[in-house]
Every structure is written in C-alpha cells, then in structure tokens.
Design a protein around this ligand. Structure first.
Ligand SMILES: [Zn+2]
Ligand SMILES: [Zn+2]
Length: 134
C-alpha cells in the first residue's frame, strides 16, 4: 500500500499497487502542470486508487484534448492525470508519494518537448512522443 499527499496535507490518497509502466513525461502540459522540467507519473487501476481526505478541495482541469488533471485548490500540488480514453486508469504524481518506496521509472516520453537545460544521462529509453515512438 502506498500513500501520498499534497503540500498542505489536506488531500491524502492511497494506492494498492502500481502497474509496471512509469515514465518521466516531458510534454508541455506536464511541464506547466508541475511547474517543473518534467513530470513522473505512475499508473494504477482506478479500483486500486482511493482519495482518503480532502476530496472536496480537489480541483480538476480538463485540457482541450479531454485529458484531466487534478490538483489541490489550497496549495496547488499537482496530483493526478487521466488520459481522455482511459478513464479506468489513474496516473499519480510519483513525487507526491510519502515515505520511501522502490518504484523506478523506466522511460522518458514526449522528449520532443524536453527543455534544453536538462541533460538526461540515466540510460533510460527516450521516446519522441508516447512510449514506442522514437
Ligand atoms: Zn494541498
Ligand atoms: Zn506529459
């Protein structure tokens, strides 16, 4: 069982297990959403993800492409992402997890939008757009 929270601590969640795929995403939307060079999301089935507290102050941003991102309306922490066509999957911001864990990203995606001021030297596969697209 994994637990995570936002910066102010009002929103907490639990994840039973993560799927095997965990990518660093360099797309422009992720950069803006996190205010950082890239995001790192892990995937869980919605049935294995649960908001524990603060669901009432969660805000949802719906992008023009129909994907949704959820964040804390009190402190602004970026918490989740859902693609428009996979509503059964919840992608969770790995950096918002609390405590130690052994999760490990396995790829960089949307590297075509990567900022020039970061050098990737971790040896993970880099995809120009989504996974599998060089
Ligand atoms: Zn918060
Ligand atoms: Zn992204």
């Amino acid at each position: 069982m994994y637990r995570g929270s936002c910066l102010c601590g009002k929103i907490t969640y639990a994840v039973v297990r993560f799927g095997p795929l965990m990518a660093h995403c360099h797309c422009t939307d992720c950069r803006k959403f996190h205010g950082a060079a890239f995001s790192t999301f892990g995937e869980a089935k919605c049935s294995e993800f649960e908001w524990l507290t603060g669901k009432d102050i969660l805000k949802t941003f719906i992008a023009p492409n129909g994907s949704t991102r959820q964040f804390c309306s009190h402190c602004g922490s970026s918490l989740t992402f859902q693609p428009a066509n996979h509503r059964d999957i919840m992608e969770i911001s790995v950096a918002s997890l609390d405590g130690e864990h052994s999760l490990s990203p396995d790829a960089h995606v949307f590297c075509r939008s990567k900022v020039s001021w970061i050098t990737l030297e971790d040896g993970l596969p880099k995809f120009a757009s989504s996974r599998g697209n060089q």
